[in-house]
Design a protein around this ligand. Structure first.
Ligand code: NAP
Length: 456
């Protein structure tokens, strides 16, 4: 039986690796997801035939409740709420790891030995930070509290002191595993630290926090694997932990920020005084006028953002692109790495509307093309096209690479009104002389444009 379990775990681990590989490209992502799902199924089956399982009642009850919750989430949570959903998943995963750690320590106490004590403490430490950190991220993303950084004087010093105290406890427990109260105090502090860690982080830095939490949850799971000698948990947790960490680095690069700056910089705290007055006024345009420009353009670049997701306008974008392409217009899509609310958000939506991957261009590829573009159509994007990131060193998003739509001959922005983006700051693009605002829900505007182009 032991050999069978290990073989099942091996197959599951290979499928996890193939799954991750598949997820690295939109064309193979669906297949990758299926590999990962089958891998997880095998891992669960392998674990269920384990000889140490004494009773199945609780497991079956958990399986049923978990499946119902998981099914309901997959059916009812909208795509736009995916970041919050992911934050909750991280919190649940890390809670499971923390509880396993606490119960193992409760059962075996000082007898666990140095190696196991190290794994248990890591598990509880990383797990605790991830549970409350992810819940804080959920609360911020859900707008239950303000998403901007919450700061106070001496915050970094206080947080660092708390972290240092936790690390000292961690070290002492490895030296003396019998210090029971210290173990529970460390677990408690880890939960508190999770809240304090995420409080000062906000605005455009949330994607990095999410991927960091992903990483911590994975590492906590790997530590659990060491603590309960479960190989598949070690492999899956390590894959999760390091892929999350690599994603955090990539997200930081996409925003031109360092991890320490994200964690301790309270980015976006001082929202600059609005310069809207000094910027002049926005120019409203009509769909019919924009349609003429589009119809007679030689190249048009669509720039989707969060508003395209909320309006569910991806099919309408594709329809308009089809009509333009039929008229001989070259249509491209510019994808910013942090557009929307989760990594790959725009890619997923456009793939759903069957936009060919070859038409999607990332930031580095497309920016050089804007000066030779007749019309850049910004569809519910704001922060990712904000020229202040490039031009104003005092801007809270200074240094974040942007899609330089302002360099196109003509820019039209589809949004409902004067709403700000995720970072909560003014966007000078909307006041530029080559920019027109087409107000309304993105989907309705795109349908209107498609109709008007056909009559142009
Ligand atoms: P954004 O800056 O959040 O701006 C979205 C704009 O869409 C808003 O200004 C809003 O203006 C408009 N909008 C909303 N609903 C709309 C609708 N139904 N129809 C038309 N327009 C609509 O979006 P972004 O440019 O995509 O930038 C993403 C931001 O989110 C960045 O700051 C990024 O750092 C952050 N973020 C990204 C991730 C990630 O992983 N991608 C995760 C978390 C946070 P109106 O209200 O006037 O319509």
């Amino acid at each position: 039986m032991g050999l069978l379990i290990e073989l099942t775990y091996l197959a599951a681990s290979i499928l996890f690796i193939l799954g991750l590989k598949g997820l690295s490209h939109p064309e193979t992502a669906r297949r990758g997801m299926i590999y990962a799902e089958v891998g997880m199924f095998l891992a669960i089956v392998g674990t269920l035939v384990h000889k140490e399982i004494v009773s199945y009642e609780w497991i079956v009850a958990g399986l049923i409740i978990g499946s119902i919750i998981g099914g309901a989430i997959s059916i009812w949570v909208p795509m736009t709420a995916m970041p919050q959903r992911t934050a909750l998943s991280h919190a649940f995963g890390a809670l499971a790891a923390s509880l396993v750690g606490v119960s193992e320590y409760y059962l075996h106490g000082a007898d666990v030995g140095t190696f196991k004590m190290t794994a248990l403490s890591l598990e509880v430490l990383l797990g605790g930070i991830t549970v409350t950190g992810s819940l804080m991220a959920f609360i911020k993303l859900q707008d239950w509290i303000r998403g901007t950084p919450i700061t106070y004087r001496g915050q970094n010093i206080f947080n660092m002191a708390l972290l240092a105290a936790t690390v000292v406890m961690f070290g002492y427990l490895i030296y003396d595993p019998s210090a029971h109260s210290l173990f529970y105090a460390m677990a408690g502090l880890a939960f508190v630290f999770g809240v304090l860690l995420v409080l000062p982080i906000g605005a455009a830095d949330m994607p990095v926090v999410m991927s960091l939490m992903n990483s911590y949850a994975g590492l906590a799971a790997a530590a659990t694997g060491f603590a309960i000698s479960n190989n598949v948990l070690i492999i899956a947790g390590t894959l999760d932990g390091f892929s999350g960490f690599i994603l955090s680095i990539l997200m930081c690069r996409a925003m031109n920020r360092s991890i320490t700056n994200v964690l301790f910089g309270a980015f976006g705290a001082e929202v600059e005084a609005s310069t809207a007055g000094a910027l002049g006024s926005m120019r409203e345009v009509k769909a019919e006028d924009v349609a003429v420009q589009l119809a007679y353009a030689s190249q048009v670049i669509f720039v989707p953002g969060y508003g395209m997701a909320t309006a569910q306008a991806q099919h309408a974008v594709r329809e308009l692109a089809n009509i333009l392409e039929a008229r001989g217009v070259t249509v491209k899509y510019a994808i910013h790495p942090v557009a929307g609310r989760m990594p790959g958000h725009m890619n997923v939506l456009l793939a759903e509307a069957n936009v060919p991957y070859s038409s999607l261009y990332d930031l580095e590829q497309i920016n050089a093309e804007f000066p030779a573009t007749d019309v850049a159509v910004v569809i519910g994007a704001n922060d990712v096209v904000n020229p202040d990131a490039r031009d104003n060193p005092k801007s809270p998003i200074a240094g974040m690479p942007i899609l330089e739509v302002d360099k196109a001959r003509w820019v039209v922005v589809l949004k409902r009104g004067k709403g700000k983006g995720f970072a909560g700051i003014e966007n000078p693009l909307f006041f530029k002389p080559n920019c027109g605002m087409l107000y309304g829900d993105a989907k309705a505007s795109l349908i209107k444009l498609a109709d008007a182009v056909q009559h142009a």
